[in-house]
Design a protein around this ligand. Sequence first.
Ligand code: MD3
Ligand code: FE
Length: 206
Amino acid sequence: MAKPSDFPDGFAHYPLYFSPAEQETLIAEVRTATETAPFFQPRMPRTGTPLSVVMSNFGPLGWVTDKEGGYRYEAQHPKTGAPWPPLPDILTKLWQDVTDWPDLPEACLINWYKDGAKMGMHVDRDELAVNAPVVSVSLGDPAMFRIGGPQRGGKTQGVKLLSGDVVVLAKEARRCYHGISKVDYGQSALVPKGGRINLTMRRVNL
Ligand code: MD3
Ligand code: FE
């Protein structure tokens, strides 16, 4: 059994931070935002291989990736060219509650995991603000989150993330390999078309 101390410094898990009513509010915010900023299919740089999640964003900047341009932050939606919808107040409040970072996040990536979707082990390194915390919200179906160390291929710890859970990645944890190895598809009725939605707030610029 893993002890909490096996997790990297700066990792914090807040189980069921959001009530069922607040989770419904968050899903309604996602639904409204994706009416103007529809989910898009992200693709790997150079190969164009699709990732298994679909994505959108809230905030002044959004994370995008495609074959030609690779991983980057953009102020406009890749398909519509419109600015991203603003960060909802409930997420601004969350950031202020669980971090002591002086600035608000610029980007909130929305990842939607449908049946069979996963996310391979990676490090988020497209932000200039590498020391700012990242705050993540899980909604819908449960998922197994894995976090390792700063080197690819080392030992990892698993944490099951449930709907309403919040994870904060600060300090060393911010620079650790992590991914979603499995989603227990069909366990939650929260997401109207099924699956899991993850919201990840990031500070991009210094
Ligand atoms: C640890 N998302 O969007 S959230 C991602 O559930 C991402 O969709 C996963 O990894 C998801 O990049 C995991 C938790 C998370 C988010 C960002 C991190 C963990 C992190 C950045 C650095 C270290
Ligand atoms: Fe990540």
